[in-house]
Each structure stands twice: as structure tokens, then as C-alpha cells.
Design a protein around this ligand. Structure first.
Ligand SMILES: Nc1ncnc2c1ncn2[C@@H]1O[C@H](COP(=O)(O)OP(=O)(O)OP(=O)(O)O)[C@@H](O)[C@H]1O
Ligand SMILES: [Mg+2]
Length: 630
């Protein structure tokens, strides 16, 4: 914790000008403070006692000047201390944000978002306070106390001794207070993190909560954390009040003792009245810095606890990063090779991918099909290096993806992820996210290709409609299509469509399907498409069938129909559907015709390549037209 604090103070270095200005002001304020009682002494002992009006006037003028000095000094002290610490907060927030952006998905998967938000806000705020005003006030308090104690000894050592002993007692009390309060602050920041995580999860999952009537449960969970916060804060408050009551008591007794002993000395002629008043004034000056130290004595451990939490994130190793000798990946044709690739999520007990090998030639469409959890998303996520394989290599045009810079690698891959996110902003900005300089014409073309144009144009502000947090809501299917348009506009050599239509209704699903299938027919990019639809997969050049992290079969649709039981069983119900309905009414056929019409490579209706399949000939015929003859 001490090391973390020291490191936090290191962030003051670039802003040290401010701190120096504030510290100089501290000296000015201290001198002004200490001179004032001397002038009071002069008024009493040299002015009033000798009935010299001029001395009184001069002393009062001096006090006025000191008050001005003190006011100006306090302003400079407060302003520059604050400025320095705002600089610390600025730098810490920047660094934190960049770090959180860099950290891999492995980190984010295990770190609740609310914890990160708390660290980026509340924890940085604690550190900010202590490195600025906190620090300068500590210096101020120490300088005041030391200077006043010295002065007291100069004025009257017997009275000073009484004061000194009481100060030692007070510091003893403060020390005990600090050690008992520090762990509470660590717990408070952790509890705040949990509170925020709960809030954040609930906000994101509000629909699910309502749908499953989880409000009571969530409320209880939130109240639990909230009550913890309350209890911890109450513990702190009670520590504060009991300790400070003791401190005030000691300080009160000390000043009573000073008045008693000082009064005796004045009567005995050893001390002048003005000196006693000055002494007493200094004594009262002491209480302020002592209380400041007491208060800050708790802020420092609190900031220490926060600093530990901040640096824990800042020190988190970035596992996915450019190698020192990384080269930029030149513009690629789009050959993607997996060579015996295995991958396991941290803390998982089995491989998510195991011994995966395949090659996608430039311009090919690779369909990935498999049961849920079989590793399809994981596989495509290794291409833009969202994760690195544990074994084996992923190559693009012969380059190991770990040997090239992330920027040049990701700059050539456009993904539509399973959970695509849109950002607050206009539809246009969202589509142009991967290519902010795209023209309106290009944006419209991408939207049209993604079947998004009709609904965008139907909105009041068209492409300028604000969507996301504060804007109009989009349906799941609309969002998906905007995400597809975004990937298309980016126009990268490798396109990844991790299609999740399970969450949308049948009509929307049909629309997305049309968009994707039409698109696949037109693309010359190497395209990975994860889909469970016969219309999509049958036109792919290569189909990978996945099960439990392995590719259990690969080949064309006909090949797999004949050779992969899993393939047939995954598509089974769809193949069955086609036999059940008249072919010209099935959606599958409509899609097939569309794709034939656009790419012109199909040969019309079914050609029955897969004769000998275990399926009814009609189903095979319906399922195998499209692009299979390429
Ligand atoms: N972030 C993660 N941390 C740990 N394990 C994960 C993570 N993501 C996925 N897994 C596990 O890895 C395996 C493969 O997951 P993956 O998401 O690749 O499946 P999928 O084939 O895309 O499934 P779906 O069809 O449901 O999208 C699963 O067993 C899953 O539980
Ligand atoms: Mg998936």
C-alpha cells in the first residue's frame, strides 16, 4: 500500500510546478499566521499598557496586511494544489482507459465491468484528493505544528511543555485511529465496486430481469451490497466521532492547564498579559492543523487502498500485443490457414479448440457449423487475435498472426460478432465506424447490401437518426443489419459473420438471412460464416463441421451429406422441412433462387449430386442447388 501510494505521488511529477507554487504559498500562510499573535502581543503590552495609540494603529495595519497575505496565500495554495491533483487524475484516467482498451478478452471475461467503472471513477478520485489538497494540507499542518511548537518554546518553555505533552497524546490517539480505520476503507472501495457491478449488470439485463420477474431478487442483492456500504460508513463515522471527541477533550484540558499555569506566572510577574494571550492564541492555532492531520490521516490510507486497486489494473499484463519485431501485415489476398490449433479459455478444464486445421483460399466462403458450444465463435475469434492459440498457428497469407502488428492485422478483417454492439450516435456514424471517411453513397450502398436501407430510410431522420442509449431503439434484427452494413463498408479482405439469429423473431431472421446470403453470393472476400442454415452453408466452398472443439468433418455440402452424420443431423430438421413442403413454397428455395440470380454460378434447380445419400432424393435436390457447381 505504501509502495502504491508512493507510485501515485509519482504522477505529480509532471505537475510539480503547481505543487511547488502551493507549497510556497503554505510558507507564506504560515508566516502570516505566526506573525499575527505577535502583533496582538504588541497591541496589549506596548500599546494598551503604555497608552500609545500610534502603536495600536500600526499593529492593526500590520494585522490587516497579514490578513491579506493569508487570504492570497490560501487561495494560491488551494488553487494550485487542486490543479496539480486534477492533473494526476487526468493522467490516471487516461492511462486507465487506454489500459482497459488494450487488455485482452481473457481479462474482461473475468472482471466485472462495475469494478472497472468504480476504479476509473471513485478510486481515482480518492487518489486525486490525497495527491493534491490532501498532500499540501498535510505539509501545511506539519509546518504549522512544528513552527508553533518552536515558537511556544521560545515564548515560554514551561507552558510549551504542557502543550507538547498534550500534542504527543493527541498524535497517539490519531495513530490508533488511522490503523483502525484503514482496513475499513479497503472494504468500502470493494463494496462500492460490487454495488456498481450489480447496478451495471441490472441495467444491462433489465429486460431479462423483468421477463423472469427477478426484480425482488435483484433488489435484495443490491440492498445487500448497499447495506454493507451503509454499515461500513457508519463504522467509520463512529470511529471518527469517538476518536475526535477524545482529541477535543485532551486539547481542552491542555488549554485549561495553560491558562491555569500561565495565570500563576502572570501573577508572579514572570509573564506579561500580552504574552499569555499570544501563547493562548497560538495554542488555538494548533488545533486546526492537528484536526487536519487527523482527517487526512484517514484519507491517506483510503487513497492507498484505492491506489492498490488502480495499479492492479494498470499492471495487468497485456497478453495480446505486438511483438517487439512485429511487422505490418501487407495487404493480403485472404488465405487463412489454421495449423493444428488448440485453445483453452483461462480456468476452463477442457480445450475450446483442439487440433484444428484447415485452409481457406482467398475469396472462398467457409461455413462453420456445429452444435452450440462446439467452438465456432472461438475459432473465428482467433483470426483477429482476440485470443492467441495455446498450440499451433493461425496464418494469413503465410504470416503467423502473432508476427504482425495488431493494427495491420485487424485492419484487414471485418467481423460481425455474435453480440454486435452499436454506439450512441447516428445510424450513419455507426455504419461508418470502421471507415469514418466513407462517402454517403458508400454508406447507402453498404446499407442496401445488408438489407438495412429500407428501415433506415423509413425513419424520420434517415441516416441521421440517433440510435443507441439516448436515441431510437432498433430491433435485434435491425441492429444486426446495421452491424453487417458496418462490416461491409469496412471492405476488408476477410469478412467474419458470426451470425446469431437465435435471438430474433422469424420475420427478422428471414430478413437477416436474405441479407447474409445475398451478400455471400456477391463477395470476393474470404468469408467465414457461422450459421446453421442449409441455404447458407450449401453455397459455401468449404464447410467445417465442429463438435466439442474439433473439426470432425470438412468438405462441400454434398460431401458432408454423404459422409457426416453430425452434419446431416444438424441440418436434419431443415432438410426434412424441405420434403414436407412443396419446394416452390419453401423459403430455402427462394433464397437459393436469389443467390443464383445474383451470382449466376448456379445451374438452377437441384442437380442431385448427392445421390447415394441417406436422405430422400427430393430433400437432397432441394438442398444442393445454388453455388455447388462452381
Ligand atoms: N469467455 C469464455 N470463457 C471461458 N469459456 C468460454 C468462453 N467463451 C466460450 N467458452 C467455452 O468455450 C467453448 C466454445 O465456445 P464458443 O463460444 O466458441 O461456442 P460456439 O460454437 O460459438 O457456440 P454457439 O453456437 O452457442 O455460439 C464452450 O464450451 C464455452 O463454454
Ligand atoms: Mg458462437
Amino acid at each position: 500500500m505504501v509502495a502504491a501510494l508512493r507510485r501515485a505521488f509519482g504522477y505529480l511529477r509532471p505537475h510539480r510546478g503547481n505543487v511547488i507554487a502551493a507549497l510556497v504559498a503554505v510558507l507564506v500562510v504560515t508566516v502570516a499566521n505566526l506573525l499575527a499573535p505577535q502583533l496582538i502581543r504588541i497591541v496589549i503590552d506596548s500599546g494598551i499598557a503604555t497608552r500609545d495609540g500610534q502603536v495600536i494603529a500600526l499593529a492593526v495595519a500590520g494585522m490587516f496586511g497579514l490578513a491579506l497575505l493569508r487570504g492570497g496565500g490560501s487561495f494560491v495554495q488551494g488553487f494550485y494544489a487542486e490543479r496539480g491533483s486534477q492533473g494526476v487524475a487526468l493522467d490516471l484516467r487516461d492511462e486507465f482507459f487506454v489500459k482497459v482498451e488494450q487488455l485482452g478478452f481473457a481479462f474482461h471475461d473475468r472482471t466485472p465491468t462495475g469494478q472497472l467503472l468504480t476504479r476509473a471513477t471513485s478510486d481515482i478520485e480518492q487518489v486525486r484528493f490525497v495527491t493534491g489538497n490532501g498532500f499540501v494540507n498535510i505539509v501545511w499542518a506539519i509546518v504549522q505544528i512544528v513552527a508553533i511548537v518552536i515558537l511556544l518554546f521560545v515564548v515560554n518553555w514551561q507552558l510549551a511543555l504542557i502543550t507538547f505533552v498534550s500534542i504527543l497524546i493527541i498524535f497517539g490517539l490519531l495513530g490508533r485511529f488511522g490503523t483502525s480505520i484503514a482496513p475499513l476503507f479497503t472494504r468500502i472501495q470493494a463494496a462500492l465496486g460490487q454495488l456498481n457491478s450489480t447496478l451495471q449488470e441490472d441495467l444491462v439485463g433489465l429486460r431479462t430481469i423483468r421477463a423472469f420477474r427477478g426484480e425482488e431478487r435483484e433488489r435484495a442483492r443490491y440492498r445487500g451490497h448497499n447495506a454493507t456500504m451503509f454499515d461500513l460508513n457508519i463504522q467509520i463515522v463512529s470511529l471518527f466521532s469517538t476518536n475526535f471527541r477524545a482529541i477535543f477533550l485532551v486539547a481542552g484540558l491542555a488549554s485549561l492547564a495553560v491558562v491555569y499555569a500561565g495565570g500563576q506566572q502572570v501573577i508572579g510577574g514572570d509573564l506579561q498579559v500580552g504574552e499569555l494571550v499570544a501563547f493562548y492564541t497560538y495554542l488555538n492555532f494548533l488545533l486546526g492543523p492537528i484536526l487536519t492531520l487527523g482527517f487526512l490521516g484517514s484519507a491517506v490510507p483510503r487513497a492507498g487502498a484505492s491506489a492498490v486497486r488502480i495499479f492492479a489494473v494498470l499492471d495487468e499484463p497485456v497478453t495480446i500485443t505486438d511483438r517487439p519485431d512485429a511487422v505490418p501485415l501487407p495487404p493480403v489476398e485472404g488465405r487463412v490457414q489454421f495449423d493444428d490449433v488448440s485453445f483453452r479459455y483461462p480456468e476452463a478444464n477442457h480445450d475450446a479448440l483442439h487440433g484444428v486445421s484447415f485452409t481457406a483460399e482467398p475469396g472462398q466462403t467457409v461455413a462453420i457449423i456445429g452444435t452450440t458450444g462446439s467452438g465456432k465463435s472461438t475459432l473465428v475469434n482467433l483470426i483477429p487475435r482476440f485470443h492467441d492459440p495455446a498450440e499451433g498457428t493461425v496464418r494469413i497469407d503465410g504470416y503467423d498472426v502473432r508476427d504482425v502488428t495488431l493494427e495491420s492485422l485487424r485492419g484487414q478483417i471485418a467481423p460481425v460478432l455474435q453480440e454486435s454492439r452499436l454506439f450512441s450516435g447516428t445510424v450513419r456514424d455507426n455504419i461508418a465506424y470502421g471507415r469514418p471517411d466513407a462517402t454517403m453513397g458508400e454508406i447507402q450502398a453498404a446499407a442496401a447490401a445488408a438489407q438495412a436501407a429500407p428501415f433506415i430510410e423509413a425513419m424520420a431522420d434517415g441516416y441521421e437518426t440517433i440510435i443507441g442509449e439516448r436515441g431510437v431503439g432498433l430491433s435485434g434484427g435491425q441492429r444486426q443489419r446495421v452491424a453487417i452494413a458496418r462490416a461491409l463498408l469496412a471492405d476488408r479482405a476477410i469478412l467474419i459473420l458470426d451470425d446469431s439469429t437465435s435471438a430474433v423473431d422469424a420475420t427478422t431472421e428471414a430478413e437477416i438471412r436474405i441479407a447474409i446470403d445475398r451478400l455471400l453470393a456477391e463477395r470476393r472476400q474470404t468469408t467465414f460464416v457461422i450459421a446453421q442454415r442449409v441455404s447458407t452453408v450449401r453455397s459455401a466452398d468449404v464447410i467445417l463441421v465442429m463438435d466439442a472443439g474439433r473439426i470432425v468433418a470438412q468438405g462441400t455440402h454434398e460431401h458432408l451429406l454423404a459422409h457426416s452424420d453430425l452434419y446431416v443431423s444438424i441440418l436434419g430438421s431443415q432438410l426434412g422441412t424441405e420434403t414436407a413442403f412443396a419446394p416452390d413454397e419453401s423459403t430455402v428455395d427462394e433464397i437459393a433462387e436469389e443467390s443464383v440470380a445474383t451470382n449466376g454460378t448456379g445451374n438452377g434447380t437441384g442437380n442431385g449430386v448427392a445421390s447415394g445419400s441417406r436422405l430422400a432424393p427430393a430433400a437432397v435436390a432441394a438442398a444442393t442447388n445454388g453455388r455447388t457447381q462452381r
